[in-house]
Design a protein around this ligand. Structure first.
Ligand code: MCA
Ligand code: AMP
Length: 483
């Protein structure tokens, strides 16, 4: 079945602003022309990789791939060779779209490259009518072990999640969004770029996050801010010395935080300095958005609000039994069902099957309590081997594997520990090959940054003579962190 277009405002585009990155911008008419010209060049391709820098080109490229009825695979431009190699082998794109002049690393050079011309013209407009279930994006996300998995996100899920957020946030074409999020994850790309375009509104991307950039755009007509908790923490830290920042935040219609928990202390500091409350929403690469505090609802710091329209949510006990009542105290795993869900992990039927119950509920792995009136409060995660740092999900296993490839490392374990700025920071526990000259933190950090991605690098290293293990040889991570 065919869905209505993902971007109704591109059907008959006018001169209203669509995208702005720094001093470069496109109206809907210009975006439509550039995207259609590029879509024509992608016609017939399979999956299309996008070199997802924080740029106008990335936004045009993803819109073009969607207009062509194809699936985009956004690539983190800071991915190291090992991570990039895995994503390319797994997703097998036939094309790579990149900004003219961007230098691509060697694993990408064998792919046919098409430069993204943001002033492009000459396309015919989409001749295809993709179906609801057709894949729109393949977004790579870390698990506890092994390399990242590609979550296949259908067009239906993008439309459903963005329309549900429009309802919860009273988000319209009059809104102007500002953010500085990366464009290779759901938060920055789906919510932060495709969201405003689906509403017919506009987005101003900061290139990189800064409190100055946020203040400037909110003073200049932006109505909404999206960010991860680290960004709101940095805002909270800056507010006492920056009354202008407080005034500009006071002008926003909506301040939204997501990707990790925003500490109540940061909620409070922002509210007391600006008079505005930050609202939290809860999502996942595989599910897009599940819950949110509503713009017309009671903001309750420390909760992620209520299920979005169309989303079924339940809490289950260890054995899978749903909790009978919500009392604000009983903890269960969050499971969700709805049109917002992904289709599968690419090439991983085993992982896809394990992620769903027999009757189609997706197991999030997040642990929560629910207040009697339905508000959800996330209290933890089932897997200790997943670390959320700066809003990025990082699997301990993939970092351990990368560390073990360093000649100076004989054994390695990775854990997360609390960090006031990043939420959690990555900690490496190393048994060095040569105890007399163990590899330094900077060297191990570079090693991981170059192989995987800079945000996955360890921030702390501890050296041990042996890792604590149980009788089966399994590393006892709790013994590391408790010690
Ligand atoms: C430092 N750098 C290095 C090294 N050390 N590069 C290579 N090798 C090294 N050894 C570089 C980094 O690349 C970075 O460069 C700069 O130094 C600073 O890095 P760092 O301290 O790690 O981070 P930061 O710049 O302070 O970043 C904090 C941040 C970032 C801006 C909050 O963590 C961020 O953008 N987080 C957003 C994550 C996100 O979008 N998550 C959504 C996924 P440079 O500055 O040039 O980059 S979750 C999701 O999508 C679900 C659906 C949801 O619910 O939202
Ligand atoms: P990712 O797999 O990178 O898409 O990250 C999804 C995970 O981020 C979820 O499973 C949650 O653990 C976490 N998350 C997202 N939003 C929130 C939030 N508002 N509060 C707490 N955790 C969140």
């Amino acid at each position: 079945m065919s869905v209505s277009p993902l971007f109704p405002a591109l059907a008959n585009p006018g001169e209203q602003p669509a995208l702005r990155f720094g001093d470069r911008s496109l109206t809907y008419a210009e975006l439509g022309a550039a995207a259609d010209a590029l879509a024509a060049r992608c016609a017939g391709a399979g999956r299309v990789a996008v070199w997802a820098t924080n740029s106008l080109e990335t936004a045009v490229a993803v819109v073009a791939v969607l207009r062509a009825g194809l699936a985009a695979v956004p690539l983190n431009p800071k991915s190291g060779e090992k991570e990039l190699g895995h994503i390319l082998d797994d997703s097998a794109p036939t094309l790579i779209l990149a900004a003219p002049g961007d230098e691509l690393p060697s694993p990408l050079r064998h792919l046919e490259r098409v430069d993204v011309e943001v002033r492009g013209v000459g396309g015919e407009g989409p001749a295809v009518s993709p179906g609801d279930e057709d894949p729109a994006l393949v977004v790579y996300t870390s698990g506890t072990t092994g390399p990242p998995k590609g979550a296949v996100i259908p067009r239906r899920a993008i439309a459903a999640t963005l329309d549900a957020l429009a309802d919860a946030w009273q988000w319209t074409g009059d809104d102007v969004l500002v953010h500085g999020l990366p464009l290779f994850h759901v938060h920055g790309l789906v919510l932060g770029i495709l969201g405003p375009l689906r509403r017919g509104g506009s987005v101003r991307h900061l290139g990189r996050f800064s409190t100055e950039g946020v203040a400037r755009e909110l003073n200049d007509g932006a109505t909404m801010l999206f960010g991860v908790p680290t960004m709101y923490h940095r805002i909270a830290e800056t507010l006492p010395d920056d009354p202008e920042l407080a005034k500009s935040l006071g002008r926003a219609r909506l301040l939204v935080s997501g990707s990790a928990a925003l500490p109540v202390h940061d909620h409070q500091r922002i509210t007391s300095a600006t008079g505005r409350r930050v609202i939290e929403r809860y999502g996942m690469t595989e599910t897009l958005m599940n819950t949110s505090v509503r713009a017309d609802g009671e903001p309750r710091a420390g909760t992620v609000g209520v299920p979005l329209p169309g989303v079924d949510l339940r809490l289950v006990e260890e054995d899978g039994t749903p909790l009978p009542v919500y009392d604000g105290e009983s903890v269960g795993e969050i499971q969700v069902r709805g049109p917002n869900l992904f289709t599968e992990y690419l090439n991983r039927p085993d992982a896809t099957a394990a992620a769903f119950t027999a009757d189609g509920w997706f197991r999030t792995g997040d642990m929560a309590v629910r207040d009697p009136d339905g508000y959800v409060r996330i209290v933890g995660r089932k897997a200790t081997d997943l670390i959320k740092s700066g809003g990025y999900k990082i699997g301990a296993g993939e970092i351990e594997n990368a560390l073990l490839e360093h000649p100076g490392v004989r054994e390695a374990a990775v854990t997360g520990e609390p960090d006031p700025d990043l939420g959690e920071r990555v900690v490496a526990w190393i048994v060095p090959t040569d105890p007399q000259s163990p590899p330094a933190l900077a060297e191990l950090a570079d090693h991981v940054a170059n192989r995987l991605a800079p945000h996955k690098r360890p921030r702390v290293v501890h050296y041990l003579s042996a890792l604590p293990r149980n009788d089966m040889g399994k590393i006892l991570k709790r013994a590391l962190t408790d010690g």
